[in-house]
Design a protein around this ligand. Structure first.
Ligand SMILES: Cc1cc2nc3c(=O)[nH]c(=O)nc-3n(C[C@H](O)[C@H](O)[C@H](O)COP(=O)(O)OP(=O)(O)OC[C@H]3O[C@@H](n4cnc5c(N)ncnc54)[C@H](O)[C@@H]3O)c2cc1C
Length: 441
C-alpha cells in the first residue's frame, strides 16, 4: 500500500493550497480528487478575490492576458431596496476563471512535490488501533487503499469524510441543513447600457462583472432554504432594477455554507478545512481565502506534529486555538449579529437609513475612519428614527441582541480551551449562545 505523511481529500482551491504548503515543507503529500482534471473547478465560471488576498496568501498572481484572469475592478457600492440611494465602497478586486485558476493551483502543488490522483473518490477510513491510518477510495480501476499519518478533508460542503467518521471520534459529523446554507443563483446578463457594481442587502443580491465590458454583469442572489426563495428574491431585485431587461447568457447555481464551523477542526490524525469545515465569510459567503487563513495555521501545526511523530488531537489542538484567535472569533461575532439583524430589519427601515445616510454610508460600510462626531451624529439620527417610528423597537432589540450575543461568542472563541478535555464544557456554553442566535429565516 502507498504511504504518505499527508493525504488530502479534494483537489480544489483548499486541497491544492493545503497540499502545496505541506509539500513545500518537505512532507510527502497526495491528493485524491473524485473529478477528472477537465472537470475540476467547474462548479462556476467566475470567482472574485481581492488584490490584498492575492498578496497575502501563497497563491499565484495573475495578470491581464493570462487564461485565469477575467477582469479587475475597484468600483463597488451598496444600494437601498428601492435602488434610489447608492453609496460607493471601492474595493480592489480581481475576477478569476475558477477552472483555470484551480488548475494553476494544482500545478503549483505538484511543482512543490505533491501528487494527485484524479477520479479517485473517498469511500471510507481505515483505522489501526482505533485511529485513522489511511483511506479506501474508488477509482475507474476499482477500489484502492492508501496509508497516511494525517488525513485532511478538503472535500467541500458535502464533507463526506468528516461525516463518515465514527461517533465519538472527536469531531462533529453534521451535514448542512437547508437553513445552514445560502442557495446562490448567478445570472450572467448582458444589458443595453453600463451597470454599476452594487450590493442590495435586503435581497442579498449583487451586480458584479464577469468581463471588462460594463454592460455585462453577473446578477447574483442568495437565500436560505432553497433555490425557489433565491428566485423570488431575484425577481424582487429585477422589479426595482432592470425589469428583466437584459439578455441572459447563462445561469449557474451553487450553495455556500452559512453556519458555525465544527467546534473542533481536528481529531486524531484528522483535519477538516475549507467548505467542509464551513469556513466561509459570514457577510458574503465567499470562502476561498478565509479557508487559507486556517490552512496557513494548520500546515504549520501539522508540520510540528509530524516532526514529533504525534498526530493525536492534542498535538493538532493548537490549530483550533490559533484559528479562533485569528479569524473564528470575529466570524462568530459577525454571524450572530447578521443572523439577528437580517431576521428583523424591514425593507422600509433599510430604505429610511439609506435616505438619511445612517449606517448605510461609506464610513461605516466602506471601512473609512469613523470620527467621534460621526458616531454621535449616527446615534442621534438612530434615536430620532426610533422616536419618529421609522425604525421599530423590534429591529433595534434584534440588532442589540445580535451584537450582545456576538460579543459573548467572540469572547468565548478567543478563550478556546487549551486542553481538549475542556471542549465539552466550552462547547456546551457555545451551544447555548448559538441556540439563542438561531438561524437566518
Ligand atoms: C455561486 C457561488 C459563488 C461564489 N463566489 C465566490 C467568490 O467569488 N470568492 C470566494 O472566495 N468564494 C466564493 N464562493 C465560495 C467558494 O466557492 C467556496 O468557499 C470554495 O470554493 C470552497 O473551496 P473548497 O476547496 O473548500 O471546496 P470545493 O471547491 O467544493 O472543492 C471540494 C473538492 O473536493 C472534491 N471531492 C468532493 N467529494 C470528494 C470525495 N468523496 N473524494 C474525493 N474528492 C472529493 C470535489 O470534487 C472538489 O473538487 C462562492 C460560492 C458559490 C456557491
Amino acid at each position: 500500500m502507498q504511504s504518505y505523511d499527508v493525504l488530502v481529500i479534494g483537489g480544489a482551491t483548499s486541497g491544492a493550497y493545503f497540499a502545496k504548503k505541506t509539500a513545500k515543507l518537505g512532507r510527502s503529500v497526495k491528493i485524491i480528487e473524485k473529478l477528472p482534471p477537465e472537470k475540476l473547478g467547474t462548479k462556476m465560471d467566475i470567482v472574485h478575490l481581492t488584490k490584498t488576498d492575492l498578496k497575502t496568501f501563497d497563491i499565484p498572481t495573475v495578470k491581464e492576458g493570462d487564461p485565469e484572469w477575467a477582469f479587475e475592478f475597484t468600483d463597488n457600492g451598496f444600494a437601498s431596496p428601492s435602488n434610489r440611494y447608492r453609496f460607493p465602497v471601492p474595493a480592489e478586486t480581481v475576477g478569476l476563471h475558477l477552472r483555470e485558476y484551480t488548475a494553476l493551483m494544482v500545478k503549483e502543488a505538484l511543482e512543490a512535490g505533491a501528487e494527485i490522483e484524479y477520479e479517485a473518490a473517498f469511500r471510507e477510513f481505515i483505522f489501526t488501533d482505533g485511529h485513522i491510518s489511511g483511506v479506501r477510495y474508488e477509482t475507474p480501476e476499482g477500489a484502492k487503499e492508501i496509508a497516511a499519518k494525517a488525513v485532511v478533508d478538503c472535500s467541500g460542503a458535502n464533507a463526506l469524510p468528516r461525516r463518515s467518521l465514527p461517533n465519538g471520534y472527536g469531531i462533529e459529523r453534521f451535514s448542512l441543513a437547508d437553513d445552514d446554507m445560502f442557495y446562490v443563483i448567478l445570472r450572467y446578463a448582458r444589458f443595453s447600457a453600463p451597470q454599476q457594481n452594487t450590493f442590495w442587502l435586503n435581497t442579498k443580491s449583487w451586480y458584479a462583472p464577469f468581463s471588462m465590458n460594463e454592460n455585462e454583469k453577473i446578477i447574483g442572489t442568495g437565500a436560505v432554504c432553497g433555490y425557489a426563495r433565491a428566485e423570488a428574491e431575484a425577481a424582487k431585485l429585477d422589479s426595482v432594477t432592470s425589469n428583466g431587461d437584459f439578455e441572459l447568457i447563462k445561469t449557474e447555481k451553487g450553495i455556500t455554507p452559512f453556519r458555525r464551523p465544527p467546534y473542533s477542526l481536528v481529531a486524531d490524525n484528522f483535519i477538516t478545512a475549507g467548505d467542509s469545515a464551513c469556513l466561509t465569510k459570514p457577510d458574503c459567503g465567499e470562502g476561498i481565502t478565509s479557508s487559507m487563513v486556517m490552512i496557513d495555521i494548520a500546515v504549520k501545526v501539522l508540520d510540528e506534529a509530524l516532526r514529533k511523530d504525534d498526530l493525536t488531537k492534542e498535538s493538532l489542538w493548537q490549530i483550533n486555538r490559533e484559528y479562533n484567535r485569528v479569524q473564528g472569533a470575529d466570524f462568530s461575532l459577525v454571524r450572530a449579529f447578521l443572523t439577528k439583524l437580517i431576521g428583523a430589519v424591514t425593507d422600509d427601515e433599510i430604505e429610511y437609513l439609506f435616505s438619511q445616510g445612517l449606517i448605510f454610508n461609506s464610513k461605516f460600510l466602506g471601512g473609512e475612519k469613523v470620527t467621534p462626531a460621526h458616531a454621535v451624529r449616527t446615534l442621534t439620527g438612530i434615536l430620532t428614527s426610533i422616536s419618529k417610528k421609522h425604525i421599530s423597537g423590534r429591529t433595534i432589540a434584534a440588532a442589540l441582541s445580535g451584537m450582545k450575543l456576538g460579543i459573548e461568542l467572540r469572547t468565548l472563541y478567543m478563550n478556546f480551551p487549551k486542553n481538549p478535555a475542556y471542549l465539552p464544557l466550552w462547547s456546551a456554553r457555545a451551544e447555548k449562545l448559538w441556540q439563542r442566535v438561531g438561524k437566518v429565516k
